[in-house]
Design a protein around this ligand. Structure first.
Ligand SMILES: [Zn+2]
Length: 314
């Protein structure tokens, strides 16, 4: 049995998977607002419920998906959280505190890594590959932000600084930036850098592209409606977005050459995003041809909690 907890900004969800990865139990509670101790207690209560109601052994480890990542600061032996949008977690030794509270091993990864792991072991990686899970998977979240996770042989790649896969905070490739007038680039990102991929490929990034070119404010949904009604302004922004996505993803392919690319988050549910994507990527790919499937996520909102459960090694 595997217990997974998805710690989000608004909800904490728990799941129990059986020996073959099938869901046997699930609960969700609201995340306590800006209260670290109450957040720890809410997680502990969910784990206790899983033990009582789903028969999870008391000593069983727990996998937890979080915003941000764990990082060992120089000179400090205990890793603490950083880059969390739930800022109450930042600087806190979440893993150590939970292991003390729960009395069991805790395995943690950020939500993008959990997403990629879930799609590899319970989603498209299982559905699309009869011969066994794909060796390398790049899982991308295109939502209000842009995150990504790299899964190699069923394990998330974490990295020395806990940032492996943080593709969203690479600069948009120069070949895509060169297509834009100066008035549409130089976008400040919350991370302190400029022109991060996230500032173009997130939902708000797409909306900003429209605003910078045409002056009026339109949501990404309104732009998509415009694309479908053949509105020329929306179409021009969408073509630009498609090129930016193709160019940015192709850089990953030239480094990682994954067997599968899975897209999640709000933007990934737009069918038009996949139209002509492979052809757009091909000119940027070193091999000259591009055969990697780029597919929408299968698990939807459940990916985080499935991925958290799969973090458990037993
Ligand atoms: Zn950034």
């Amino acid at each position: 049995m595997k217990v997974g907890i998805d710690l989000g900004g608004t909800k904490i969800e728990a799941i129990v998977l059986d020996g073959v990865g099938k869901e046997v139990w699930r609960r969700r509670v609201r995340t306590p607002h800006a209260d670290y101790t109450a957040t720890l207690e809410a997680i502990a209560s969910l784990v206790m419920l899983a033990q009582q109601q789903a028969g999870v052994p008391l000593s069983a480890s727990v996998g937890i998906g979080t915003p941000g990542s764990l990082y060992s600061m120089k000179g400090s032996p205990v890793p603490v959280m950083k880059n969390c949008n739930s800022t109450v977690l930042n600087g806190m030794p979440l893993k150590r505190d939970l292991e003390t509270l729960l009395g069991c091993a805790v395995y943690m990864a950020n939500d993008a890594n959990c997403f990629a792991l879930a799609e590899t072991l319970s989603g498209q990686g299982v559905d699309m590959f009869d011969e066994g899970i794909p060796e390398t998977v790049f899982g991308v979240i295109l939502g209000t932000g842009v995150g990504a996770g790299i899964i190699v042989r069923g394990q998330p790649l974490i990295g020395l600084h806990g940032i492996a896969g943080e593709w969203g905070h690479n600069p948009l490739p120069e070949s895509a930036l060169a297509l834009l007038p100066v008035t549409e680039k130089g976008r400040a990102c919350y991370c302190g850098r400029n022109d991060c991929v996230e500032t173009y490929l997130s939902g708000p990034g797409l909306a900003l592209s429209y605003q910078l070119r045409f002056g009026d404010v339109r949501s990404s949904k309104a732009i998509l409606r415009g694309v479908r009604s053949r509105d020329e302004a929306s179409l021009s922004i969408w073509r630009m977005y498609s090129e930016q996505l193709a160019c940015s993803l192709s850089y990953i392919v030239n480094i990682l050459d994954p067997r599968l690319i899975v897209l999640g988050g709000g933007m990934s549910t737009i069918p038009e995003i996949y139209e002509g994507l492979a052809q757009r990527m091909e000119p940027y790919i070193f091999s000259g041809q591009f055969e990697t499937p780029v597919v929408p996520a299968k698990l939807g909102d459940s990916a985080g909690v499935f991925g958290a459960a799969w973090l458990n090694p037993e």
